[in-house]
Design a protein around this ligand. Structure first.
Ligand SMILES: [Zn+2]
Length: 116
C-alpha cells in the first residue's frame, strides 16, 4: 500500500449531489469535470426574424434544455438553460436567479392573459 494509486472513482474527490447523472470517468481531469442532472427538454415557440429575407417575424420552434449543473469542487448549484439544437446559447443561473426569472416570466404572461 503506497497510497499512490488513488484510482479513478469520484469518491476520492467528492461526492456527487443526488441529482447528478454524469459519468465523471469520461470527463477527463478534475478541471474538466462538472456535475449535471437529467434535462427537461422543452420545445418552445419563439417569434423570430425571417432567416434570409425581409418580412414579418414568424413563430419558430426552438428546443430548450433545462437542467442542474455544478462545477467540480464547487458548493453552488446552477440552473442551466441551453437554447438551440446544439445549445448554441446557454445561461447558467444561480438558483435564486432562476426563481426570479421564472416568477417574472409567469407574472408578465399572466398579465398579458388578464389584459388581453
Ligand atoms: Zn457528479
Amino acid at each position: 500500500m503506497t497510497g499512490n494509486d488513488r484510482g479513478h472513482g469520484r469518491e476520492n474527490e467528492e461526492h456527487c449531489p443526488s441529482w447528478c447523472v454524469a459519468e465523471h470517468e469520461h470527463q477527463g481531469d478534475d478541471h474538466q469535470r462538472w456535475h449535471f442532472s437529467t434535462c427537461h427538454e422543452l420545445q418552445l415557440s419563439e417569434l423570430a426574424g425571417p432567416v434570409e429575407s425581409e418580412g414579418p417575424r414568424v413563430e419558430v420552434s426552438l428546443p430548450f434544455d433545462v437542467c442542474l449543473e455544478r462545477p467540480w469542487g464547487a458548493k453552488t448549484t446552477y440552473v442551466l438553460i441551453g437554447v438551440g439544437a446544439e445549445q448554441a446559447r446557454t445561461f447558467c443561473l444561480t438558483l435564486e436567479s432562476a426563481d426570479r426569472l421564472a416568477a417574472a416570466m409567469s407574472e408578465v404572461a399572466s398579465d398579458a392573459r388578464r389584459r388581453g
